[in-house]
Design a protein around this ligand. Sequence first.
Ligand SMILES: Nc1ncnc2c1ncn2[C@@H]1O[C@H](COP(=O)(O)OP(=O)(O)OP(=O)(O)O)[C@@H](O)[C@H]1O
Ligand SMILES: [Mg+2]
Length: 306
Amino acid sequence: MRDTYHVNFSARSRGKKRLDEDDVQYEKFFESHEDWDISDDTDGRPDGDRWSTWDTSPPTERGPLPYPEWLVTDLGAVDTEMGILKTGKEGDVFLVRRWVPDTDRSVVMAAKRYRSSDHKMFTRDTGYTEGRRVKESRTMRAIQNKTSFGKEVLAGQWAIAEFNALKTCYQWGLPVPYPVQITGTEILMEFIGEPDGTGAPRLANARLEGDDLTDVWEQLVEALVTLAQKGYAHGDLSPYNTLVKDGQLYIIDLPQIVDVVANPRGGEFLERDAKNVGTWFTQKGLRNASVAPEDLGALLRREAGR
Ligand SMILES: Nc1ncnc2c1ncn2[C@@H]1O[C@H](COP(=O)(O)OP(=O)(O)OP(=O)(O)O)[C@@H](O)[C@H]1O
Ligand SMILES: [Mg+2]
């Protein structure tokens, strides 16, 4: 029988008492939080397995329709944790296999889990949110005072920000992993890699040259132009936040996506993104490009009307 395991997340009840009326959205976030702790589970699933949370996720916490055909949406699906793919600044990326027992339906996904203890996020938070008004509330004070509740809220906010950015970019036709689901501080997304769990290399490690290098550059320019036309910059673009699989470019790590129209420093973010990737492509000997790396920043500013 499902739903027999207990979610023992004491910070949730502690946190709730501190919530203001204007914190409903955080309350909702905590309501949907589920631990991976299945120690109280009695239905015999091995350690590391949990019932797929797909059918209990509200539509707003799932990826955009139509669902890709590779996605496993069965009621009886099980998620198995397969191990860690990468540890990062803000969180860790795990591999999760969602499969349906007694069938051959199975898919490997990437699960990015934001850590609530990462101090870098706090300093990083300020520049990016400039131009937005931050409401003074108990939650805001908890974040500023770096209480564990505040950190958890912030980690959840970054997860929500990245999930929404992935959703929006995917719907604009940009080359990003399909965002499958958000649960608390975890984002499940399309895994860019091989079915055996080998991740696609980052652009920096993809060993591209000649026409292959030019082709990936053209894909990147096209994606960035579209993003600029929609009024956004990636905000942390680099050869490390881009993956290449079978010659296809994917842009990842989008929580800090910048609204370059609202943000007074929008133009700077466009220039910086362009420079971070442009310099790298120039060093690799990029040739025959339709847009020269040194012209990309200006092009993006024009496209964004900045
Ligand atoms: N959807 C994905 N498919 C395959 N690999 C992924 C995926 N998402 C992330 N990765 C891998 O995990 C790494 C870290 O992911 P990401 O950049 O989103 O997190 P981060 O916390 O910013 O990490 P970092 O500090 O390395 O930038 C990526 O460089 C990539 O190698
Ligand atoms: Mg990254």
